[in-house]
Ligand binder design. Structure first.
Ligand SMILES: Cc1ncc(COP(=O)(O)O)c(C=O)c1O
Length: 413
């Protein structure tokens, strides 16, 4: 069979719907200044779908630093991979500051969080080692695990009892292979908003020998007293051996970092294929990241504002009887019951009649019959935004219950 013919016949679980949803439910275009109010299809919407947790995307000092970085260096510099010709004082300065912030000995920058963590997993373990990981891990962790040539054991999401069972299996196995164990989980799970049970996992080190890698994409900058992440929140920073954070969420940028023991970071510097064989993070991004990291540390009111909105939103949703699952972070899921067509009609109603833009998740990401709306509060939302949204959500919940969304709405795309 011709490869292209095959791809055209089976366009993948999401791609097969592209004709009907492209531009509206998938690949929507949000235009205008980044913030709680943006333009969707020519109309202003109240936007709850950006990972701009601290509101840094449009912070005047950030905009100034971004522009200055581009003016001073251009986007081309550095012109190579860090190892070959792309290193700079500013890259090293950013790494040192990130390490200090995370109370680790050293840190390494990665160009994209996704490829960085995937490649770090690939570098850290060999075929003698065993990976034990949470079943709800982000795709980048799963892809990293896929690269692993040795055994991997998965434990049901946050099930520490089962993790112990997997660690027992893994321990027996590495005794034969003379290998080691790497446990991987997330600090904050980006869909459901619950935290990985980091403190409990760290406790297991008393019983088992393993190292812990935590993907804290959503926790970095949002959780813990200083914003150092979920491990700071859970008081177990020392027990997290390898800490991963992305710049793509609270820092509103591109790139990420991995922090840990100096020799392990040096090992990654010389063995992480995605960074050795790829061009370094451009200078304007490094300059922009330094500014954001400075603001994250010197303007704690950004995180305070974020949490003011998070607490107002989540407590009002609960008060109105919404199921928001077990979130313990700014990520705010709202679980409703309904079919996929009902979900589409509901989102259409929210966007067109209430001017609210949020993300929707349906089967297969959540079980059949569940509609998950996902709200991402930010430091630049207001309490009025929360109040308006709660009223709108109460209205759509009533309409859903009354069967209103069973009837097809206008074709949107
Ligand atoms: C848990 C988690 N890890 C990693 C990533 C990837 O980060 P980046 O966008 O920097 O590639 C994301 C982003 O969606 C994420 O949510």
């Amino acid at each position: 069979m011709d490869l292209f013919e095959k791809l055209k016949l089976n366009r993948g679980p999401l791609g097969s719907y592209a004709k009907d949803v492209h531009g509206y439910f998938t690949f929507p275009k949000l235009e205008g200044e980044i913030g709680p109010r943006m333009v969707f299809r020519g109309k202003e919407v109240l936007n709850w779908s950006l990972n701009n947790y601290l509101g840094l995307a449009n912070h005047p000092e950030v905009r100034k630093a971004d522009a200055q970085g581009a003016a001073d260096y251009g986007n081309a510099l550095p012109m190579g991979a860090r190892m070959m010709s792309g290193n700079s004082d500013l890259h090293e300065k950013l790494e040192a500051e990130l390490a200090k912030f995370e109370k680790k000995e050293d840190a390494i920058l990665v160009n994209y969080g996704y490829q960085g963590i995937m490649s770090a997993i690939d570098a850290l373990v060999d075929r003698h080692d065993v990976i034990v990981y949470d079943s709800e891990s982000h795709a980048c962790i799963i892809d990293g695990v896929r690269l692993h040539m040795g055994k991997r054991f998965v434990y049901p999401h946050n099930d520490i009892r089962n993790l112990e069972t997997q660690l027992e299996r893994a321990t027996k196995l590495v005794q034969d292979t003379n290998g080691a164990i790497l446990v991987i989980t997330e600090g904050v799970f980006g869909m459901s908003g619950d935290q990985g049970k980091l403190a409990e996992i760290v406790e297991l080190k008393k019983k088992f020998q393993f190292r812990l890698l935590v993907d804290d994409a959503h926790g970095f900058g949002t959780m813990g007293k200083t914003g150092a992440g979920a491990s700071e929140e859970q008081n177990c920073m020392d027990g997290v051996d390898i800490y991963f954070g992305t710049f793509a969420k609270s820092m509103a940028l591109i790139g990420g970092f991995i922090a840990g023991d100096a020799q392990v970071i040096e090992f990654l510097r010389y063995n992480m294929r995605s960074q050795i064989f790829a061009k370094a993070l451009p200078m304007p991004l490094v300059v922009g990241a330094l500014k954001r990291l400075e603001l994250l540390q010197t303007q704690p009111e950004l995180k305070d504002n974020l949490w003011k909105i998070v607490n107002a939103l989540q407590s009002a949703l609960k008060k109105e009887g919404f199921d928001i699952g077990n979130t313990q972070s700014p990520v705010t899921p709202v679980f409703l019951n309904g079919s996929i067509p009902e979900a589409a009609n509901l989102i259409y109603d929210l966007r067109e009649n209430f001017n609210i833009f949020c993300s929707m998740v349906v089967y297969p990401v959540v079980p059949k019959g569940v509609i998950m709306l996902r709200l991402i509060p930010t430091a630049v939302h207001t309490l009025d935004d929360v109040e308006y949204t709660i009223k709108a959500f109460s209205s759509i919940k009533d309409k859903l219950k009354a069967g209103h969304y069973e009837r097809a709405m206008e074709k949107v795309v």
